[in-house]
Design a binder for this molecule. Structure first.
Ligand code: LHQ
Length: 247
């Protein structure tokens, strides 16, 4: 949980480092079989803490490139590289890099009153933290550019209509609960296969069909040797529900 509710969970370097550490811990711990990322209070995340940016400017300028590379990119890579389902519970507004964080997750559950704000143009910046990778792939180029150019906001309902989110909940608490319930269900799934599916999909986005067919066959060999695959086959033949252990 991003936990700085009085500033709408605006991101500081410390928060990003802690988030990165939590994601690494989740990757290493075999008992973790799904992850939910959410915000405390009424917002999901208002993006970069603009107070900290102003402070750094006062102190003689900052390297935006270095800041993004050191603070943001590792977190985005860890979400995408974590071979377990990562669900964003977007309990309230997700702005700037906060929206990028939500878009980097595999699934999104969104509260009715939540919105996505690509705040970048309003502060004279370009979309970052993977936003220009994720959003045009979900919305198409024209709609994504229009939203960016207007520094725009889109609502939970628009996000549903456009295929950006998986589920809508009546309010922030219900959104977190729905995400946890989705996570509990996914945590019973064959985790290894779901992780490899994520890897396959990410890779297929910028590969040819031939490369994709080849990579799928490679991953299927790995999945086919898991205990969960054997359990799935036994359960089917014995006409009983499978008990997957994530191995
Ligand atoms: C905030 C923030 C905030 C600090 C609300 N910072 N305090 C990466 C790396 C390097 C450089 C720069 O950029 C990036 C990526 C980025 O993320 S750039 C985009 C940064 N984010 C924004 O521009 C969004 C700024 N916030 C807003 O536009 C609004 O706050 C939204 C639309 C998120 C919510 O509006 P409201 O619901 O009306 O809330 P509010 O504006 O009243 O905010 C409540 C409090 O939170 C307030 O503090 P206060 O002490 O006055 O109660 C805000 O100052 C604070 N807050 N966002 N990013």
């Amino acid at each position: 949980t991003l936990n700085r509710p009085d500033k709408l969970n605006a991101l500081t370097d410390e928060m990003l480092a802690a988030l990165g550490k939590a994601l690494s811990g989740a990757a290493r711990n075999a008992d973790v079989r799904a992850v939910v990322l959410t915000g405390a209070g009424r917002a999901f995340c208002a993006g970069q803490d603009l107070g900290a940016v102003a402070d750094r400017d006062e102190e003689g300028g900052m390297s935006f490139r270095a800041h993004l590379e050191h603070a943001y990119h590792p977190v985005i890579r860890r979400i995408v590289g974590l071979e377990k389902p990562v669900i964003a519970a977007v309990n309230g507004v997700a702005a700037g890099a906060g929206a990028s964080l939500a878009l980097a997750c595999d699934l999104r559950v969104v509260a009715e009153q939540a919105s996505f704000v690509t705040a970048f143009a309003k502060v004279g910046l370009v979309p970052d933290s993977g936003s220009t990778y994720f959003l045009p792939r979900m919305l198409g180029l024209a709609r994504a550019y229009e939203i960016y150019a207007k520094g725009g906001r889109f609502s939970a309902q628009q996000a549903v209509d456009w295929g950006v989110v998986n589920e809508v909940a009546p309010d922030g608490d219900a959104c977190r609960e729905a995400a946890l319930s989705m996570a509990a269900t996914l945590a019973q799934a064959p985790t290894k296969a779901l992780g490899l599916t994520k890897r396959a999909m990410r890779r297929a986005m910028d590969r040819s069909l031939e490369e994709t067919l080849d990579y799928e066959a490679h991953l299927q060999q790995i999945a086919g040797e898991t205990a969960d695959h054997k359990e799935g086959i036994s359960a089917f033949l014995e006409k009983r529900p499978p008990r997957f252990e994530g191995r």
